[in-house]
Design a protein around this ligand. Structure first.
Ligand SMILES: [Zn+2]
Length: 268
């Protein structure tokens, strides 16, 4: 079981981060992809990955919601940092568009510009893309198609009307506890083939019961809910989603032939 999108650098984990990560390992998780969405979080992200090598992997980019507050020079510098550290990252993201957060047309234009730059960076570094789309599903799909993006994971994707395009483009979707309440996300989960689905928590947010801090251990409930939607057994869902994640991020982890046997970690 692999959590494909979470934020372990979040200050909510400052008091007990290592203990949380170890409890995830004990709970049977095989890997966590933590998402560094702001340049200020990079050093800590790097530290976490180094400390938990072979278990925690990083993706990095600038979240579209920070487009206004980060000077262009800082973003360009961060792109250089990502280039220099590309050996430590398994994906570029989350990048994309957030029209809920940014309303002004000029700033939305800027978000799109930034998004295209990070798509180019993912090509340059040969890393897949982790996409954030909020109130801008159509626009995000449009830009990804224009840029010819191939290795794409749409995090928390909720636009059922676009699922056919997502499938035809060869992209994947990662789902979290939002599928417990949202009809739109339930429909996307129903219609996406199992070989294009991945599991995530987006922790520390989106705890399934809505109470307090989330952590990657709740991935189990997400898998159970997806199994219910797709009328499958939960072990089928998490075995398939883990395989999808290993292939998508090229994680150095090998799944044993039986889903319940422990996975082996390969060389870092
Ligand atoms: Zn996120």
């Amino acid at each position: 079981m692999i959590d494909c999108h979470t934020h372990l650098e979040s200050p909510e984990y400052n008091p007990d981060r290592d203990a949380v990560i170890e409890s995830c390992r004990s709970a049977g998780l095989k890997a966590i992809v933590t998402c560094c969405a702001n340049p200020k979080d990079w050093e800590l992200t790097k530290e976490i990955v180094a400390k938990h090598r072979g278990f925690v992997f990083a993706s990095a980019s600038v979240h579209p919601q920070y487009v206004k507050e980060l000077p262009e020079a800082d973003i360009n510098n961060f792109m250089d940092v990502i280039r220099k550290n590309s050996g430590s990252i398994v994906a570029v993201g989350e990048t994309g568009l957030d029209f809920n957060y940014i309303k002004e047309p000029d700033w939305r234009e800027k978000q799109a510009e930034l998004f295209r730059k990070f798509i180019a960076l993912s090509n340059e570094l040969d890393r897949p893309l982790v996409i954030h789309a909020r109130d801008a599903y159509e626009e995000v799909v449009e830009i990804l198609e224009q840029e010819g993006a191939k290795r794409v994971m749409l995090h928390m994707f909720g636009a059922n009307q676009l699922v056919k395009r997502v499938i035809d483009n060869g992209w994947s979707v990662s789902m979290n506890a939002i599928v417990m309440k949202s009809k739109k996300h339930t429909k996307v989960t129903r219609d996406m083939p199992l070989n294009r689905l991945m599991l995530e928590t987006d922790a520390p947010w989106l705890r399934p019961d809505g109470k307090g801090r989330n952590d990657p251990r709740s991935i189990r409930q997400v898998a159970e809910r997806i199994a219910e939607i797709k009328k499958l057994k939960s072990d089928e869902v998490w075995d398939a989603c883990a395989k999808n994640a290993i292939n998508f991020f090229k994680l150095p982890i090998r799944l044993s032939t039986h889903p319940f046997r422990t996975l082996q970690t390969g060389p870092p």
